[in-house]
Write a protein that binds this ligand. Structure first.
Ligand code: PDD
Length: 282
């Protein structure tokens, strides 16, 4: 596949960075994953807003505007066949001359992009969609989870915990047993017809799929939505649980820690939500 690195397009396997790149040594960078179906990017504007916000929070001075990012993403998609692609964008602080914690001066940020194949969006049909099974655990990452940092070891360890138990994700809760997000997804639950998801703060990533789903549910359905914390006990007693992420859209969860959610089948509210999402995502 064709990648982009610091101003040029090249075969991915030929892309090289310095081992002194702070992205490599410190995980000192910001990334994005933007889905694209048949050449059409989904949630492009909010994805770029989030990346610019992340770069500003960690003081990487790269001033690309939306159009520059759009040109890069569209070229990457076109050069990789305009199928169902995840566009990965990555900006790290760049290669310093030494390994020293302080932000270096006068270093050029590294800009990297490539694409990978993603699945078709799930068919909004509860008899056909893939049902997810998840683990739960206390979030042991850091307290800046709103920053989409390339330092993902905490997420990777949590994901692996669920994976090793035969599950597809790990849902995280805080010290007060409130559900925040999952290792690579946001989390929703349905209780008595109302959809709940945690409000935005430093304990979770402001997911773009989460944002678009909330917008779509409010504008195009009569399903009530609440951005409120709910507990692990609420999650276990929910009628439905969903995960959202750029590569999964709205994914139905049927089992949490081996226990069936509701009747253990994909729910009717999920079907409505994914149908509306499919029709109105932007
Ligand atoms: N994961 N929370 C975390 C910790 C995430 O890593 C992600 C995304 C999300 C969902 O965000 P969005 O809807 O903007 O994709 C929530 C990406 C896809 C990844 O790391 O591969």
């Amino acid at each position: 596949s064709i990648a982009y690195l610091n101003g040029e397009f090249l075969p991915l396997e030929q892309a090289r960075i310095s081992p002194l790149d702070r992205g490599f040594l410190f995980g000192d960078g910001i990334y994005e994953v933007i889905p694209s179906y048949g050449g059409k990017l989904v949630g492009f504007g909010p994805h770029i807003d989030r990346m610019k916000e992340g770069l500003s929070l960690i003081e990487i001075g790269l001033d690309w505007d939306h159009q520059q990012w759009r040109d890069l993403c569209e070229q990457l998609c076109a050069k990789n066949g305009n199928g169902n692609l995840g566009v990965y964008l990555h900006v790290s602080r760049g290669a310093d001359t030494k390994r020293y914690h302080a932000y270096p001066e006068g270093v050029q940020p590294t800009v990297f992009g490539f694409t990978f194949d993603i699945a078709e969006p799930p068919v909004a049909d509860k008899t056909k969609a893939k049902a997810y099974k998840v683990s739960t655990t206390e979030d042991m990452r850091w307290r800046r989870c709103h920053i989409k940092s390339t330092a993902l070891l905490g997420n990777v360890m949590h994901f692996q915990q669920g994976y090793a138990a035969g599950n597809n994700e790990t849902i995280l809760y805080n010290a007060d047993k409130l559900v925040t997000e999952a290792s690579a997804c946001n989390v929703f639950m349905v209780k008595n017809g109302t959809v709940f998801t945690a409000p935005l703060d430093n304990q979770l990533l402001p997911g773009i799929t989460r944002l678009m789903l909330l917008d779509v549910l409010k504008k195009y359905t009569d399903i009530p939505v609440k951005e409120e914390f709910f507990s692990l006990a609420d999650l276990m007693a929910a009628d439905e649980v969903w995960l959202t992420s750029s590569s999964k859209e709205v994914a139905p969860v049927t089992h949490v820690d081996g226990k069936a959610i509701g009747n253990g089948q994909i729910g009717a509210v999920w079907e409505k939500a994914q149908t509306a999402f499919e029709a109105h995502r932007y």
